[in-house]
Design a protein. Structure first.
Length: 256
């Protein structure tokens, strides 16, 4: 009888320890080789239904993708050859506390943000080693090319404040990247004004960045912008020498 009581208490304690962990989200799509590295140092191959916890680092290999639906219904789509860290994901609507910080070490992540943020007390930010983007409720891609040290934003819906990391989570020298626009930062230089993306290229980016439907883009294949847009692209290249690598081609799913 005492053994049964002891076992029952052990199960309750263990269950409480597991439930004490904050669940940030759940993998809803996993394609190819996607690894999850926990704060403790352990690693495991991601699978559909697997939970995401604080400080998890997620790495998608070549031709691999993942979609995570977060606890607040926001979505993160991780592209091939990408690695991100969920540094902070606070969601306490009853206390009006919603703060998110996603760190893109390299590659691309698409954030479909359903929640509303005021960029004051409540923030949703995506950072790279050189830049930071903040939103109030939108759909956008953040990409970082570690070889070129360039950060690019593409916006599908809403607006994104894009600039240099400032004090206390602020964004310095920010530009607003609207629907169908992109801006590329070269190193830690201030971001240039956003430019329009040709609709055909925007549609291709939309399709390829969705983990549910996306297929890897061929590195050898690029989309040529219409004549009216090539002028804007040349301007983008003059502002950022990395424009050739991070213009309409959108890294061709490469993080090298």
């Amino acid at each position: 009888m005492q053994k049964l009581i002891y076992l029952g208490l052990s199960v309750l304690l263990f269950s409480g320890a597991v439930n004490a962990q904050t669940v940030h989200g759940v993998f809803r799509v996993v394609k190819g080789d996607v690894q999850v590295f926990s704060k403790s140092g352990s690693s495991a191959k991601a699978k559909i239904g697997q939970k995401v916890f604080p400080s998890d680092r997620i790495k998608a290999g070549t031709d691999s993708r993942a979609k995570i639906v977060m606890v607040d219904k926001n979505e993160l789509n991780i592209s091939p050859d990408s690695e991100i860290v969920i540094e902070n994901y606070q969601y306490k609507p009853e206390e009006n506390k919603k703060n998110v910080l996603i760190n893109v070490l390299y590659g691309k992540v698409r954030a479909k943000v359903e929640q509303k943020y005021d960029e004051g007390e409540n923030k949703f930010q995506v950072k790279t080693p050189t830049a930071v983007a903040g939103v109030r409720g939108t759909d956008f891609i953040t990409g970082y090319n570690k070889k070129e040290r360039t950060t690019q934003i593409v916006t599908f819906h809403g607006k994104v404040a894009f600039g240099l990391p400032g004090p206390n989570g602020s964004i310095a020298n920010a530009v607003m990247v609207g629907v169908g626009q992109t801006s590329t930062m070269n190193g830690k230089a201030p971001p240039p004004p956003p430019v329009e993306i040709p609709k055909s290229d925007l549609q291709q980016m939309d399709n390829s960045s969705n983990a549910s439907t996306g297929v890897p883009a061929s590195p050898a294949r690029t989309t040529r912008a219409p004549a009216a847009s090539r002028k804007a692209l040349r301007a983008c290249r003059r502002i950022s020498p990395a424009g050739r690598a991070a213009g309409w081609r959108w890294y061709a799913d490469s993080a090298s």
